[in-house]
Design a protein. Structure first.
Length: 487
């Protein structure tokens, strides 16, 4: 088989690495790929003359290449090409592709559509309301937090404290100790479209920035105001094969947990992900059953009832609150860095799984998992998640790294020429790489991952040292409802 993996991040590197292990695969084209994919077996980076696979020109170029080279299967990593309809374009040309159609991808690309879907088909989720008018949104927010003296008191409280999850209803007389309010832009916003407002002042500032100043463009013209949930997050990725005329199926993968905050102990600004672990010890069999019953099963029923063409991967962002699972978000693709933590545990042929997604035989394909655990901390550039350094050379000791048994997944780095400085690996993104280590248990995985991190370095490199540790796993941050549109 000859396949294309569209995308350039750490998730795509993990996809390429796992696919290359299949005896079915002869050649992989990473479009555009990165410095890590270029070094994998059977793999060649495909530049598309610098065009993005999410753009009209990039999709045309990729389609022409796939037709010319008789590509057997294309696998889409990031959300932007899916939102732009790449799956529909390829299927219309008679080409097999793993990725939901543009209409089905709205489960991620439109929060309003997604929330409407959850409500219609009985998916347990945080309560929410949609606003397209700034004045109405501000009025609701002010009532939520109270007015006058109460609002001023709320604005001065500063850091959030632990609170129980309220039901979001039209507020009448807001409690003096009003809970936070989650504000979400309707469309894709590159990870900047979710804010958890602690008080009325923060909510007003965010709503005006989104809806009046237009800092997110069209994505923020419509917003969701959502119930704040407190608890522990779990990421469940799954393979999906739903198309009209066929029996639909969703096959969940091992659960993972991403740590979003920049600094140890769940402190600092929100990021696209500072590291992940798999599996998740506190995601008990009872909670897994609750997830299946209250989230996965109604999602599948909804997809079938809505006659979606959803042949790809899905990401369930789940909050465990008061012993129950609530859906925070859908992503219409695999997570990042969760993929880098889950795929090292996959003991089945990923190429076979992808073929089955496309041809409707997913229910018949065995999906097996290795024993053990994975810890995958992420190294970031200086300044991330704000303005960060670029172009720094990366020093890697492959011999010492190999002795640890860890795998390096590149995200924001590449090799010259073609826009990168020199011929060695250099940074060009905020999240530069992940070090993924498999151990017999969580402790061994943690030890291997951080031992391996010592053999990678670049100027300004930083990483959290508590990924997979108890204090990190138990963090209850202000952004518990925040989605990860950029990974």
């Amino acid at each position: 088989m000859k396949i294309i993996v569209a995308g350039s991040g750490g998730r795509e590197h993990a996809l390429v690495w796992k696919l290359a292990q299949s005896k079915k695969i002869d050649k992989i084209y990473a479009a555009p790929g990165n410095g890590g994919t270029a070094a994998e077996e059977k793999t060649e980076n495909l530049s598309l003359d610098g065009e993005d696979p999410a753009s009209e020109e990039g999709q045309k170029a990729l389609l022409q290449f796939a037709l010319k080279e008789k590509i057997d299967l294309t696998i889409v990593g990031p959300e932007a090409p899916l939102a732009a309809g790449i799956a529909d374009r390829f299927r219309a040309a008679g080409l097999a592709i793993v990725g939901p159609g543009q209409d089905a991808a709205r489960l991620e690309t439109s929060k309003v559509f997604s929330k409407s879907f959850m409500e219609k088909y009985g998916v347990r989720a945080a309560k929410s309301r949609n606003f397209k008018n700034l004045a109405d949104a501000l009025e609701y927010s002010d009532k939520h937090f109270g007015s006058g003296k109460k609002a001023k008191n709320a604005a001065g409280r500063g850091a959030l404290k632990k609170r129980s999850a309220p039901v979001l209803a039209a507020p009448q007389n807001a409690p003096q100790n009003a809970p936070p309010l989650v504000i979400k832009a309707d469309g894709l916003a590159a990870g900047k479209g979710v804010v958890v407002a602690a008080n009325a002042a923060e909510a007003r500032q965010t709503l005006e920035a989104f809806m009046k100043k237009g800092i997110l463009g069209e994505a923020g013209k419509s917003v969701i105001l959502e119930q704040y949930l407190e608890g522990l997050e779990v990421s469940v990725m799954a393979a999906v094969s739903v198309s009209p005329g066929r029996k639909g199926v969703i096959r969940p993968f091992l659960p993972a947990r991403d740590h979003k905050r920049r600094f140890e102990g769940g402190r600092g600004p929100n990021t696209g992900g500072m590291g992940a672990i798999a599996p998740v010890p506190d995601f008990t069999p009872a909670l897994q059953k609750d997830f299946i019953d209250s989230i996965l099963t109604p999602t599948l029923k909804g997809m079938i009832a809505a006659k979606m063409d959803y042949r790809g991967f899905i990401f369930f962002g789940v909050m465990i609150a008061e012993g129950r699972c609530y859906l925070l978000e859908y992503n219409a693709r695999l997570g990042d860095p969760e993929t880098q933590a889950v795929f090292p545990l996959l003991d089945s042929d990923l190429a076979e799984i992808c073929e089955a997604i496309e041809n409707g035989t997913l229910a018949d394909v065995p999906i097996r998992w290795k024993r053990g655990a994975v810890c995958a901390p992420v190294a970031v550039a200086e300044g991330y998640p704000l303005s960060y350094r670029k172009g720094d050379p990366i020093a890697i000791n492959p011999t010492a790294l190999g002795r640890t048994g860890a795998k390096l997944f590149i995200a924001g780095a590449g090799r010259g020429p073609g826009g990168f400085l020199g011929s060695g690996m250099r940074t060009h993104g905020g999240r530069v790489l992940a070090v993924s280590a498999l151990g017999k248990d969580a402790d061994e995985a943690w030890e291997k991952a951080y031992a391996a991190m010592r053999f990678v370095s670049f100027e300004g490199m930083a990483y959290r040292k508590d990924i997979g540790r108890e204090n990190a796993e138990m963090e209850i941050a202000a952004d518990n409802n925040a989605e990860k549109e950029n990974g």
